[in-house]
Write a protein that binds this ligand. Structure first.
Ligand code: HEC
Length: 266
C-alpha cells in the first residue's frame, strides 16, 4: 500500500486534532488558522450542503469517482479550479497552494474514505500523467488509451493508428497529445463558412445528453464559436467541448457553459 506520507500522517492526526479544535471552540484566532478552520470559513458553504454539485465532506459516494484520476488531480482541481463549475481556483480564496492542499487533506480525512480508495488513487498518481483529457478518458486506469476508450470520438478513432507511433495498439499520453495537437491544427486549417459551421455545431450539441437549447445558446462568427448557458452537470460542458472540437473549420472554441445543478427547472 502506498499513501503519500503527508496524508498518512494527517490521517493519524485527525481525531485528536478534531477534539482539540472542538475544545478550543470560540477562542480560535484567525492567525492560528488550521485547515479545519479554513475549511469552515472558505469551503463549507458549498461543501457541507453540497450545493452546485460540490462533493459533500463525509459522503463517500461523492468522492469515490473523483479519486479515480488520482489524488494529484483532486489537489490540482482544488488549486486550479474546475472549468465550467462553481469550483473556482483555490475555492475563490487567496489561500496559498499549500494551504489549499492542507484543507483538501482535511476534507478527505474527515470523509474517512476506505484505505483501498486512497491506495488506488495513489497508484494512479504513479503514472505521472498530467493531461486532463487523457486522464478522464483512461477509464480502465492503466495509463493508456485503448481504441474502445476513444470509441466515442470518431475522428480520433479513425486516426488511431496514425498517432500510435510505437505501434503498441494503444495511445500513451505523449501520443495522445500529438494527436490532439495535429487534429486541432487540421481543424483550424479547414475553410468552412459560418452557416455550415452553425449547422454542424447545432447537430453536434443536440446529440449531447443534457444540452437543452432553451438554456444553451451559441454563436459562430468568422469560425469562432462561443457557447453560453447552463447545463445540469459539469460533465455535460466537457462533453459539449469534446464534440465541437472535432468540427472542421472552427478556428477557436470558447466554452462558457456553467454547471447549475442547483437550479430548479420548474
Ligand atoms: C462556491 C462553491 C464552492 C466553494 C466556496 C468551494 N468549492 Fe470546492 N467544489 C465546488 C463544486 C461545485 C465542486 C464540484 C465541481 C464539479 O465537479 O462539478 C467542487 C469540487 C471540489 C473538490 C473535488 C475536486 C475533484 O477532483 O473532483 C475539492 C477537493 C474541492 N472542491 C476543494 C475545495 C476547497 C479546499 C475549498 C475552500 C478553499 C472549496 N472547494 C471551496 C464548489 C465550491
Amino acid at each position: 500500500m502506498h499513501i503519500p506520507s503527508r496524508l498518512q500522517g494527517f490521517l493519524r492526526m485527525v481525531p485528536a486534532w478534531l477534539v482539540i479544535a472542538g475544545l478550543a471552540g470560540g477562542i480560535a484566532q484567525a492567525s492560528a488558522a488550521t485547515p479545519a478552520e479554513r475549511y469552515t470559513q472558505f469551503c463549507a458553504m458549498c461543501h457541507l450542503p453540497g450545493v452546485h454539485g460540490a462533493p459533500k465532506v463525509g459522503r463517500h459516494d461523492d468522492w469515490l469517482l473523483r479519486l479515480k484520476p488520482g489524488l494529484n488531480m483532486v489537489y490540482r482541481n482544488a488549486v486550479e479550479g474546475m472549468p465550467n463549475t462553481a469550483m473556482l481556483a483555490r475555492g475563490g480564496t487567496d489561500l496559498s497552494e499549500a494551504e489549499v492542499r492542507a484543507v483538501v487533506d482535511y476534507m478527505l480525512a474527515a470523509t474517512a474514505l476506505p484505505v483501498s480508495v486512497l491506495r488506488d488513487a495513489a497508484r494512479y498518481d504513479r503514472f505521472g500523467l498530467s493531461d486532463r483529457d487523457f486522464i478522464r478518458r483512461d477509464t480502465s486506469r492503466d495509463g493508456y488509451l485503448s481504441r474502445s476508450e476513444v470509441s466515442a470520438d470518431a475522428l480520433l478513432l479513425k486516426n488511431f493508428a496514425r498517432f500510435d507511433s510505437n505501434r503498441d495498439g494503444r495511445l500513451g499520453e505523449a501520443e495522445y497529445r500529438n494527436a490532439e495537437t495535429a487534429l486541432e491544427r487540421e481543424r483550424i486549417a479547414a475553410t468552412v463558412d459560418d452557416a455550415t459551421l452553425i449547422a454542424a455545431v447545432k447537430q453536434a450539441l443536440a446529440a449531447v445528453k443534457g444540452i437543452d437549447f432553451e438554456y444553451v445558446k451559441f454563436e459562430v462568427s468568422n469560425g469562432v464559436l462561443v457557447i453560453k448557458g447552463i447545463v445540469g452537470h459539469a460533465d455535460v460542458a466537457v462533453r459539449a467541448r469534446d464534440v465541437v472540437k472535432r468540427i472542421a473549420g472552427l478556428k477557436s472554441i470558447n466554452n462558457l457553459l456553467v454547471s447549475g445543478d442547483q437550479i430548479s427547472w420548474d
